[in-house]
Design a protein around this ligand. Structure first.
Ligand SMILES: C[S@@+](CC[C@H](N)C(=O)[O-])C[C@H]1O[C@@H](n2cnc3c(N)ncnc32)[C@H](O)[C@@H]1O
Length: 211
């Protein structure tokens, strides 16, 4: 089965779907030199208007940029710093519904997803927590947090070797960050934006059973 990963970045989400059994194609504006699957460099909003292109896929996943809703953005706002406030979630959702395909939209806690499930790195034996929400027109199962079992988490954001206010630390090194996320090929700026492949492996297995 073929899965289209929109806003694919370095391919954290793509890797989990591939491991679950999908042939994965990714679309992103940035040149994904290390992206491990078939890659198209394009604006997702243009791709979403191309019905013939979308028709070749069985499932579509989208990870629209999340700066508008993320906790780090709220911090930047409080510090008076500005970044793009573009929210691509509504437009992406409308086009995915229009496509008639099974779809998944991933975003950060606090984003306006509809009836999302949540996944946590602690559920998958990872050192990151990285709570992420997933909206879908399929009935997908979320995961149960195992924070106590996980112990001190490793953060993959901000700068290296920083204290996290409620316990834990950001990664000591790029290698520790890659290991914590399960994405050994990504550079730091990509890791900060990615989701662990373990999340989409979990979802991908469910999707294969459902469609
Ligand atoms: C949150 S990251 C995706 C991370 C990815 N899901 C992963 O797990 O590695 C969002 C990505 O959207 C891309 N992007 C932002 N606006 C875009 C657009 N209009 N068309 C294509 N890509 C876009 C950025 O280049 C960035 O790589």
């Amino acid at each position: 089965m073929k899965l289209l990963d929109l806003f694919c970045g370095a391919g954290g989400a793509s890797a989990g779907y591939a491991a679950a059994g999908f042939e994965v194609h990714g679309v992103d504006l940035k040149h994904g030199k290390q992206y491990p699957y078939t890659y198209v460099r394009a604006d997702v909003l243009d791709v979403l208007r191309d019905k013939n292109y979308l028709d070749q896929f069985d499932v579509i996943h989208a990870s629209p940029p999340c700066q508008t809703h993320s906790i780090t953005q709220h911090l930047r706002n409080a510090q008076g710093k500005t970044t793009s406030k573009l929210d691509l979630i509504p437009e992406t959702r409308a086009a995915l519904i229009e496509s008639g395909k099974p779809y998944i939209i991933e975003n950060v806690p606090g984003s306006p997803l509809i009836n999302p499930i949540q996944l946590c790195g602690s559920s998958f034996g990872l050192k990151v927590r990285r709570h992420r929400l997933f909206e879908s027109n399929l009935q997908l199962l979320g995961s149960v947090c195992l924070h106590n079992e996980q112990g001190r988490p490793v953060g993959v954001y901000g700068s290296l070797r920083d204290n996290i206010p409620n316990g834990g630390k950001t990664a000591e090194s790029i290698d520790e960050a890659r290991l914590a996320m399960g994405i050994p090929w990504a550079i730091r700026s990509e890791l900060v934006e990615a989701i662990p492949p373990a999340y989409t492996f979990w979802l991908g297995k469910q999707i294969i059973d459902l469609i």
